[in-house]
Design a protein around this ligand. Structure first.
Ligand SMILES: *[C@@H]1O[C@H](CO)[C@@H](O)[C@H](O)[C@H]1NC(C)=O
Length: 376
């Protein structure tokens, strides 16, 4: 009798645990459906893939003033240019002069030696390419390419430690850029997010006076940057809080900051299209596990000492399965379009979306390819 009830108890406990595991864990671990006022279209898998042979992680894309490119920065520190006539990538520039060891496509332990170009932007009037290199700061290279030179390496006495993205106001000769953290380097982006680091900065560089001004500090992983079409404000992605901020640079609210939009995922780069709308690349959707981790940073702090080799595994757990998502915002911060590859069949972990001539050029910091999606 007693043994029988024990068995029933054990069996029901196992059943309860299995039910929990089957019903709850996947929901806890995998991305939830998006709850946005705009319907999402699961169509990005139709994009065409352009591989990067022997290169990895094209984070940002930029076209030069003649429309050639795109150019992209990869994990070994090079900036490559797409040549459509030969369907190949050619070397354009580098951010480090000591490249002897920079032979592997992905070697995070060498990023401080080889450089890691993230955000790219051409200055249209000069043809100069500006580069936010995660390890070397804000750099510039001329239209002929080659070795980039340093433009800004510190702000308020603190070195740029994780320079990430930028935009240029060409009329005022101002460059707006982000430094994601003053404590964590790019290769430790997961510990940076999980520890709740809030040392990110949004910075302005005046080309004429060479003055560097910190406009916002204490940001939770400052990331993508885009100037509005009328040049009155700049949008700045705060990755860990899933927010886009709006910083007013002109008009009655100049110097003020507000939330532009809350997103259901982690925003990376932001690029404006010709209409003045903003394409926001979401690195991944917010899962319940990720949400829990971000609320319980004590747990994240216990993970800080993990070896670099485990960062990929931690990332896989955090994002909960392959997927891609890109969100278009109107000039006033409404979500007007949502495109996905919900199962990551073709496109995964989008880091930038650049709209050009009816096409979306899509980049990923975590993949060895770029994709082209035709809007029409
Ligand atoms: C940039 O610096 C120049 C020269 O000091 C100054 O005249 C100009 O107002 C500055 N621009 C901005 C937007 O701060």
């Amino acid at each position: 009798m007693a043994r029988g009830s024990d068995m029933v108890l054990t069996a029901s406990t196992i059943a309860a645990i299995s039910t929990f595991a089957v019903l709850y864990l996947p929901r806890f671990l995998s991305p939830p459906p998006l709850s946005l006022p705009t319907p999402s279209h699961d169509i990005l898998h139709r994009a065409e893939t352009i591989q990067l042979p022997a290169a990895f992680g094209p984070e940002s894309l930029a076209f030069d003033p003649s429309g050639a490119g795109p150019y992209t920065g990869v994990a070994d520190g090079r900036i490559l240019k797409w040549d459509p006539s030969s369907s190949s990538w050619v070397e354009f520039a580098v951010t480090s002069s000591s490249r002897k060891e920079c032979t592997r496509p992905f070697a995070p332990e060498l990023e401080h030696v080889c450089g890691r170009p993230l955000g790219l932007k051409f200055e249209q009037k000069t043809g100069d390419l500006y580069i936010a290199d995660a390890y070397f700061g804000l750099l510039r290279v001329g239209p002929q390419g080659g070795l980039a030179s340093k433009v800004v390496t510190e702000a308020e006495g603190l070195p740029l430690y994780f320079t990430n993205d930028m935009d240029i106001d060409e009329e005022d000769d101002i460059i707006y850029f982000t430094d994601s953290s003053t404590k964590f380097r790019r290769r430790h982006f997961m510990p940076s997010i999980l520890s709740g680091d809030k040392t990110g900065r949004f910075i302005k560089y005046n080309k004429s006076s060479k003055e560097v001004t910190v406009l916002l500090r204490g940001l939770a992983f400052a990331n993508g940057v885009a100037l509005s079409k009328d040049r009155s404000f700049v949008v700045v992605a705060e990755t860990s809080t899933c927010k886009i901020l709006r910083y007013w640079v002109r008009g009655p609210n100049a110097g003020e900051v507000e939330t532009f939009v809350d997103l259901p995922g982690y925003p990376d780069n932001i690029r404006r299209n010709s209409k003045g709308e903003f394409w926001v690349a979401l690195h991944a959707k917010k899962t319940r596990l990720a949400d829990w981790l971000l609320r319980n940073t004590w747990f994240g702090n216990t993970l800080l000492k993990i070896p670099l080799s485990s960062v990929q595994r931690l990332h896989a757990l955090f994002v909960g399965g392959h997927h891609a998502i890109a969100v278009k915002l109107s000039e006033d911060g409404q979500v007007v379009e949502v495109l996905e590859d919900a199962r990551g069949k073709q496109v995964r972990y989008v880091s930038e979306v650049e709209e050009r001539d009816g096409k979306l050029w899509i980049a990923s910091v975590m993949m060895p390819s770029v994709w082209v999606y035709s809007l029409h």
